[in-house]
Unconditional design. Structure first.
Length: 316
């Protein structure tokens, strides 16, 4: 089967390479985002998917606009049977309706739960214990097309967004390849999402912004702990520290441990022995900080941080 693959970040690379490795597939082209300037030198940066496609000698298309007539003509010239999308932009109807066997998408949640841009982060932030991937047909509504198949993945108590991302990246690649094989054989499900019974209300996965990552220490300790897990290692939960000299700095927190306490001090109180531990009071307990990064410094364990920072800090 002739396939055009569309994707941009590292998460999509495993799926691209799995499709290529499947002998029954011919990936005839890759569509990815245009190169963008990045870093201090503002050098042009190629997407992870482009780098993989170039290495594998697959033609790469990088349209600025997906409705551009020249792009649509070139895309049509590949005569693909199926378009496969993993972590890419919303497609216009002119694109997703083009291939005769349709356009499918791999989404990192069990749809219809966690539709949106940040399903991995939001699942952990909300304290979920099960996630997974869904392969579905794209239609004119975001993440609402008919479902082909599911693959579940347990969320472990010590998982963060990074570890779950990596597992779903690998298991999702296998899941997607199996779904493409089923479509090629004509042996696949086509389930409307509105017919999928949900035991809990639908939760969404909107994009993560900086303010999303700010810690409110008046919340309960489990909620804050899950926020840290769901944003680690990137973009990271943060709070503002104020030194005894009045200097204000951003502190990113990557790993925490919970100590429940029925009578903690005022939320945001810092307690430390200045050697081995630092904990911050939440509404109903303490959060021990295990890994952190002070503005302008590198990420470090708490003991290294305390050894180099004898300043008396408070939470702003």
């Amino acid at each position: 089967m002739r396939v055009v693959f569309m994707g941009t970040p590292e998460f999509a690379v495993a799926s691209l390479e799995a499709l290529i490795a499947a002998s029954e597939n011919e990936v005839v082209a890759v569509v990815t985002s245009p190169d963008k300037p990045a870093g201090r030198g503002q050098k042009m940066h190629e997407s992870a998917v482009k780098q993989s496609a170039v290495r594998l000698s697959i033609p790469v298309l990088q349209p600025e606009k997906l409705k551009d007539a020249a792009f649509l003509e070139e895309l049509r010239s590949f005569n693909a049977d199926l378009f496969v999308v993993v972590a890419f932009r919303m497609l216009p109807e002119e694109v997703w309706k083009m291939p005769p066997m349709g356009t499918i998408n791999l989404h990192a949640s069990l749809l219809p739960q966690y539709r949106g841009a940040a399903p991995i982060n939001r699942a952990i932030i909300n304290g979920e214990t099960v996630s997974g991937t869904t392969v579905f047909f794209i239609n004119n509504e975001i993440d609402k097309g008919n479902i082909i198949s599911y693959s579940e993945e347990i969320i472990n108590p010590d998982d963060n967004a990074g570890t779950l991302h990596d597992r779903l990246m690998r298991s999702g690649a296998k899941h997607l390849t199996e779904a493409v094989r089923d479509i090629a054989c004509g042996n696949f499900k086509n389930i409307p999402q509105e017919s999928v019974v949900q035991e809990t209300p639908l939760k969404t996965a909107p994009k993560i912004f900086r303010e999303t990552c700010r810690i409110d220490w008046k919340n309960d300790v489990v909620k804050i702990h899950n926020l840290v897990r769901g944003l680690s290692p990137y973009p990271a939960a943060w709070t503002t520290l104020v030194s005894d000299k009045g200097d204000s700095m951003t502190l990113k927190i990557f790993k925490t441990e919970i100590l429940h306490d029925h009578a903690p001090p005022t939320s945001g109180t810092i307690d430390t022995d200045d050697k081995t531990y630092m904990r911050i009071a939440a509404d109903d307990g303490w959060l021990y900080i295990r890994s952190l990064q002070l503005e302008g410094k590198k990420r470090m364990d708490i003991s290294d941080f305390l050894r180099g920072n004898k300043t008396c800090w408070t939470i702003s």
